[in-house]
Structure formats: C-alpha cells, structure tokens
Design a binder for this molecule. Structure first.
Ligand SMILES: Nc1ncnc2c1ncn2[C@@H]1O[C@H](COP(=O)(O)OP(=O)(O)OP(=O)(O)O)[C@@H](O)[C@H]1O
Ligand SMILES: [Mg+2]
Length: 292
C-alpha cells in the first residue's frame, strides 16, 4: 500500500521544489502520485501541462494533479450532492440551490481534499504519494478541521436521533454515520500512513515556523521525518564579498539554531542553486541530494 509523504512549511521556502524532487526519485522505483493541495500551486507550470482538471502522467512512473477549489467542488458535487439533497429535501422545503449553499460551508473543501487523498491511497495504484501542501496555516486548518468535523458529526447523530420521526423515506443517520466513518478513516490515514518533512530557509521566520508546525503535526499525530533547510549559501561564493559574507553568517546562525532544536530529528541541507526550477534544471540535482 502507498505511503504518503507530505512537505510543509512557510510560504515560498521550497515545499513544491522538494515535493517534485522527491517524487522524481520515488518514480525511479515505483508508481508515484504527486498531489498538490495548494490553491495557488505551480505543478502545472513546472511540468508545462494542465494538471488542475485530472490526474495526468508527467514522467515515467509519475502522475500529478493540482487540487484546485474548482476541481474539488466538482468532484464533491459528483460524489455527495445528490445524497445530501435527498436527505434535506425529505423534511425541509428546499430546492436544489441548497447544494451550492452547503458547498460554501467552512470545511467542505478541506474535507473533500482529504477524501480525494484517501481515495487515491486506497486505489492501490501507487507505491508512494507525495503531497505538496499549501503554506503552514492552511494545512494545519485542513488537519484540525477533521477533528472538528468528527465531533460535529457525533453531535449531529444525537440531534437526529431525537427528531427521527420527521423522516419518512430516507435515513439521515445512515448518511451521518457514513461521513463519520469517512472522517475517522481520514484521521487514521494521516496518523498511520503519512509522514512529514518540514521545509525552512535559514532565516528567523521560516525556522521558527518550521519548529512550530512540527510541534502541531506531532500533536495531531502525524510523524515528522525531519526538516529540510533549503537555500543555504555556499561559503565559497560568499567569502570574498562583505555583503554576502554577512548574509552567510546570518544564515549559519539560524542553521545552528535549527540543527539544535531539530535534534534528534534529521535536517537535510540543500544549497541555493543556479539555474531553472525544471526537471532538467536544479530539480534533478536536488532529487539526488535528498535521496540519491
Ligand atoms: N535550492 C534552491 N535554489 C534556488 N532556488 C530555489 C531553491 N529552492 C527553491 N527555489 C526557488 O524558490 C522559489 C520558491 O520555491 P517553491 O515554489 O518550491 O516554494 P514553496 O514553498 O512551494 O512556495 P509556496 O508557498 O508559494 O507554494 C521558486 O522560484 C524556486 O524555483
Ligand atoms: Mg508551492
């Protein structure tokens, strides 16, 4: 069964770069899915293909998809809308526009992104799923909303028990229980099949955020594999220029703090690279650095 490897961290630190580099490496040994839940993801640009409509093969053994809001809602409608409408319209005088009202509810989009991940995991098609996430806060919301959903559904179950007589043809409890089971499976997927790499740059804010997100993930029950410190300036190019030397020293200070706070968890170091963020560009080099 597939393992899910997620990349998280502050905005712009290199999550997508590390996800693509890792996916390329995994694709050498087995079928791999690269999936982005960042609403402003850039996988389509990197692979020069539209990946926001469906899963597409982008290289040997490698498929990719960007879960945009539009795609997620389309899939949601296909899978759940009819069911919800049937239940609600059995006891409320509502039209089909109730479906778009519910779509706007907080948490639906997040819920469906994770349902999608679960479906791909359970398809058995992939050896590894690499998950490129949105910046920190959005991703943490995604996770904690699961627990909220679960407790809301538990409450809902109690409420519906009391008004059971109102429903004649449909059984809302069956729907609630199905959703509760689904949420429980998603939480289990995150806690037992998923592990995270937290990406940072050697500066104060990304380092502090990386350590905080690692704590939150641990609290949620997601295993943290370690940290990736990205865009380290090489000493050789900084040594002869006061501006770059100072920059180098500042980076080393935050590198030291990161190494100390991360221990015993590993920290992989990736230098600032020349060239383009392309498979033929530095992505291949980073891929070798991370896992080669
Ligand atoms: N080691 C590196 N050397 C040089 N440039 C890099 C390196 N890592 C990433 N970059 C560049 O930094 C920019 C940000 O990287 P990337 O898009 O991977 O970050 P991100 O964390 O996914 O950002 P976002 O939060 O916007 O999704 C990109 O232009 C990328 O090409
Ligand atoms: Mg990104």
């Amino acid at each position: 069964m597939a393992r899910i490897e997620m990349f998280t961290g502050k905005g712009g630190v290199g999550k997508t770069t590390m996800s693509v580099a890792t996916a390329l490496q995994h694709a050498k040994t087995g079928k791999t899915l690269l999936i982005s839940t960042d609403p402003s993801g850039s996988l389509s640009e990197i692979f020069s293909q539209r990946l926001d409509q469906q899963v597409i093969s982008v290289a040997h053994n490698l498929e990719a998809v960007e879960l945009t809001r539009a795609l997620v809602l389309d899939l949601w409608r296909e899978k759940f809308a009819e069911e919800i409408y049937t239940v609600l319209s059995s006891f409320l005088p509502v039209g089909r526009d109730i479906i778009s009202y519910i779509e706007g509810a907080p948490g639906i989009e997040e819920e469906f992104m994770l349902d999608y991940l679960l479906t791909k995991f359970e398809s058995g098609l992939y050896q590894t799923i690499v998950w490129d996430t949105a910046p920190t806060v959005t991703t943490l919301n995604l996770l904690f909303i699961q627990q909220l959903f679960y407790s809301h559904l538990t409450q809902a179950q109690k409420v519906y028990m009391k008004v059971k007589g109102v429903f004649n043809k449909v059984d809302p409890l069956a729907l609630i229980n199905k959703w509760r089971a689904l949420t429980a499976r998603i939480i289990e997927l995150l806690q037992t099949e998923t592990s995270a790499w937290v990406v940072a740059n050697p500066e104060r804010l990304p380092v502090e955020q990386a350590l905080a997100i690692a704590d939150s993930l641990t609290e949620f029950g997601i295993r943290v594999d370690g940290f990736i410190l990205n865009k380290l300036l090489p000493f050789a190019v900084c040594r002869n220029h006061p501006f770059w030397l100072e920059k180098f020293q500042a980076q080393q200070k935050w590198r030291g703090k990161m190494l100390e706070a991360a221990a015993p968890r590993p920290v992989k170091e990736v230098p600032e690279m020349l060239g383009e963020m392309q498979v033929e560009g530095f992505l291949g080099k980073i891929s070798d650095l991370l896992l080669g």
